[in-house]
Design a protein around this ligand. Sequence first.
Ligand code: AMP
Length: 281
Amino acid sequence: MRIVTDAGEFQALTTQLNQEKNIIGFVPTMGALHEGHLSLVRAARAQTDVVIASVFVNPTQFGPNEDLNRYPRNLERDAELLAATGVDYLFAPRADEIYPAGFATYVSIEELSEVLEGASRPGHFRGVATVLTILFHLVNPHKVFMGQKDAQQTVVVKKLVQDLRFACEIIVVSTMREADGLAMSSRNQYLNPSERQAATVLFRALSRARELYSAGERNAENLRQAMIEIIAAEPEARLDYVAITDNQNLTTLSDLVGKTVLISMAVKIGKTRLIDNIILP
Ligand code: AMP
């Protein structure tokens, strides 16, 4: 695996790979890699000729009071994992390589960016869309692999690709979980042992919703209330939101009959903010 840190060198490399008619798979990450990230790499390896990953903790997608400074960074370990999983090229730029002095251009996706995570984290998706626009221009990928764990991100990025006519397909890979159901996340590293135990509350609440839905419940508010009760019963958890929306346009649903439903949530466990979701049916 070749590691590239210089954007110009990287673009020259990807231009050549494209000229050689390779089908290019791209896996953007912020590092601190776990099996969830590696499942994206495996999907890319299976579906494309050349697999490119990026590790970049993107400052513009963090709010002023968020965890940019303490976000876990371990490029050496990440590079070993990516190489062992079959990545061909790793782009790992410094922040000033992506955002040089005087950088002034941002991309925002209206409406879809303003609900759910976007409502709790103003500017988050503007940062995501901006960095992905830059990365998509540098890579020119055919297929981009992203996790269902960040459900709204997949919806927003599909809209970005459609509206700005990027010639790539977004492939969504299902969420990898720990044995007790906790969705794998780089932020799980922040949890102390009792918080780690409490963090199962997200999956417990989502599982309860799935159970009620399977038993025939189609009233969104009843599902939401059942989830809120489970979260309220966990002393270390503080609910940010539980939302029951259409999976495509993220509008709030009340009657779930005939809909593809996204149930998504954010919960704070101590200082750590965790998200998770499921799609029904
Ligand atoms: P991040 O490093 O958090 O920006 O995530 C990079 C990519 O990995 C995103 O597309 C995430 O949705 C995806 N991802 C993160 N956690 C998981 C997981 N548990 N299962 C599958 N994909 C994931």
